[in-house]
Design a protein around this ligand. Structure first.
Ligand SMILES: [Zn+2]
Length: 497
């Protein structure tokens, strides 16, 4: 079953992706098999799907005017959004259910989502089920209740089908998660054999069963247009030998239980070596689906690795990624500063005591993006300081999202012209790509990026298992090595840097 999105020859608003010429050229390659979404999600592209936070759910529930500033709405998916309309979003009923009522129908009221025009990915909430106390999987429709964190996989699927273009099965992560914290315990730097089996094995069994139930139920209710994604976890500790062993075990078991349209993949986006290893694994093994969704992968270094891989991957996937990272605006009054390549700084009305700490302390904000421009016009130039309500927090989130999307677009454009050959010219200032990356990242991070690219090219040339044999994978907490996470055995370090 091969399906993807995009209506042939149709113009679309393309503000957040590339320039219109490239877009129109690409339209030719779109295939008109889309049952629903037609907003321009092409194969071979990576699209960022911002998560709709509980903040939005509570704003809508209260029916207050927090989101209305002047004639604009502080959203990204509406016609009157403060930023040019962006057609992608991620929803997760279980991240909302702790603080708001989960709406039955997202196309009415809450989001006003239009599934013919927007790509909505519905995460399953498996992580939340394992994170919050008192949650469980139930087998009766009467017991299914998002607010009580009682989830029946079949009812979850029905909610996803009704409210989203695509969605993931109810998966349970292969690692232990901290109760009520959302934090993961011991993902790295621990001996997998001594603690992992007791978590890995039962969670794989449960996830496999949930995947089977979802596949069976989709067929039963005839939801052929809904894109059902199986789940594969890449946040698995490196094993001493065969670092991919746990990924492979998970994959071979859970892929047997039904037909799926895509894989929802969890990766540790802070660990580029794991990301590269995982992408290599996908390259080697996955050729039966057309869609991939990466959970929590908005960090720019991860996007660089993804974009490089996408350039020469033999499989032409349609890829979406998500994260909630831009919400630090409402959480911590953190503002992605365009002058500092998008680094987060504090918006504070106190003078910072620490001279090393950069903050925006008074007056105007150093940004003229659509959000800041609009807020300045309506509220005045120092808008984050005029009031400190939820409205200012949401506006900062949207500014952050704007910055994030711009940086993603920059990485995308950069690799379109550079191609995979960029790995042959690894020297500071040797090419535009490395010049740009050199301004964004430290030398250490550049070396990491380079090693990941080299690994992926080896996978492409010689296959995954051959490449793995020649590279070493370092744990983040490896006492001997805090720098590069992937390194060729023969080359070792990068003394010329
Ligand atoms: Zn801005």
């Amino acid at each position: 079953m091969e399906r993807w999105f995009g209506r042939e020859g149709e113009e679309r608003e393309d503000i957040f992706t590339k320039d219109s010429v490239e877009s129109i050229e690409r339209e030719d390659s779109f295939v008109d098999e889309s049952p629903s979404f037609s907003g321009g999600f092409g194969m071979g592209e990576i699209s960022y799907s911002p998560a709709v936070s509980v903040l939005y759910a509570t704003c809508f529930e209260a029916e207050n005017d927090v989101l209305q500033v002047g004639d604009r709405r502080l959203t990204w998916w509406e016609d009157f959004s403060v930023v040019p309309k962006h057609d992608f979003m991620l929803v997760n009923p279980l991240t909302w259910s702790q603080q708001a009522t989960v709406p039955e129908d997202l196309t009415e009221g809450v989001l006003g989502a239009d599934l013919s025009d927007q790509f909505v990915f519905a995460d399953s909430g498996g992580f939340q089920v394992k994170t919050f106390e008192g949650t469980c999987v139930v087998d009766s429709p009467d017991l299914h209740d998002f607010e009580k964190m009682q989830v029946m996989p079949e009812k979850l699927l029905e909610w996803q089908v009704k409210n989203a273009t695509a969605g993931a099965i109810l998966d349970f992560p292969p690692y232990r998660v901290g109760a009520n914290s959302g934090a993961t315990e011991g993902i790295d730097g621990m001996n997998m054999e001594s603690w992992g089996r007791e978590v890995f094995t039962p969670n794989l069994q449960q996830s496999t069963e949930n995947a089977r139930r979802a596949a069976v139920h989709r067929e039963k209710i005839g939801a052929d247009d809904f894109l059902l994604y199986n789940v594969l976890h890449g946040m698995i500790p490196f094993a001493e030998e065969e670092p991919y062993r746990y990924v492979k075990e998970w994959y071979s078991q859970i892929s047997e239980v039904g037909d799926f349209d895509g894989w929802c993949v969890g990766v540790d986006s802070g660990n580029l070596g794991k990301l590269a290893l995982f992408l290599g694994f996908i390259d080697e093994h996955i050729d039966d689906v057309s869609h991939l969704h990466f959970l929590g992968t908005s960090a720019i270094p991860a996007r660089v690795v993804l974009e490089y891989w996408r350039n020469f991957s033999k499989d032409d996937f349609g890829i979406t990624l998500d994260s909630t990272g831009f919400e630090v605006g409402s959480q911590y009054r953190s503002f992605f500063n365009p002058l500092l390549h998008g680094e987060g700084v504090m918006v504070s009305d106190r003078e910072p005591n620490d001279p090393e700490k950069f903050s925006i302390s008074e007056g105007s904000v150093p940004c003229s993006c659509a959000v800041c421009g609009h807020m300045s016009r309506v509220r005045g130039p120092g808008w984050p300081f005029k009031e400190k309500t939820a409205t200012e927090g949401v506006a900062m989130n949207l500014h952050n999202l704007n910055m994030l999307l711009q940086r993603h677009r920059m990485v995308e454009g950069m690799f379109q012209s550079a191609g995979s050959g960029v790995v042959d010219e690894f020297e500071r200032d040797s090419s535009t790509v490395w010049k740009i990356l050199g301004r964004l990242f430290s030398d250490e991070s550049l070396v990491e990026l380079y090693e990941c690219m080299k690994f992926l090219r080896r996978v492409d040339n010689d296959g995954f298992y051959s490449a793995v044999d020649d590279f070493r994978f370092f744990s983040k907490y490896d006492p001997d090595r805090s720098g590069a996470l992937v390194s060729e055995k023969t080359v070792g370090g990068f003394s010329d840097w």
